[in-house]
Write a protein of this length. Structure first.
Length: 131
């Protein structure tokens, strides 16, 4: 069976563990070209499943480093799960580019989950956190 082309992009996206700082689950990754072509941000399935997000289709509040809040929507995208609406506006207004490293941290997992998106995350910081 042939692996879909977007599957290899998804596998390449996840570059770090799903353990969290200060008891907040998180992952560190890089922005792949699909994030710009498809206007979606896939979340690692291990992260989604371990945080009970898999079968939810709901609003999420995504905070940037300036503490601005963005309303985005989570949901299934084929065999994947991620941010389905609101990602393009967040990405554009934060000046994100292909290859930018980022940290996605789930701060609150309530009826409306809240996540912190650490833009342009430094690879040096990521390596320190993995150790």
């Amino acid at each position: 069976m042939k692996t879909p082309s977007n599957m290899s992009l998804l596998n390449a996206q996840v570059v770090a563990s799903t353990s969290g700082d200060e008891h907040h689950p998180c992952f560190i990754s890089t922005l792949a070209p699909y994030c710009f072509k498809k206007s979606v941000l896939y979340l690692p399935l291990d992260f989604v499943k371990s945080n009970g997000l898999m079968n939810r289709k709901c609003e999420m509040v995504l905070k940037d480093e300036a503490k601005r809040c963005w309303s985005v929507w989570l949901g299934n995208i084929g065999h994947h799960f991620g941010i389905t609406r609101g990602w393009t506006k967040f990405r554009v207004e934060n000046g994100l580019r292909v290859g930018n490293a980022y940290k996605f941290e789930l701060i609150k997992n309530g009826e409306i989950p809240i996540a912190q998106f650490h833009c342009k995350y430094s690879g040096k910081v990521a390596k320190r956190e993995e150790q």
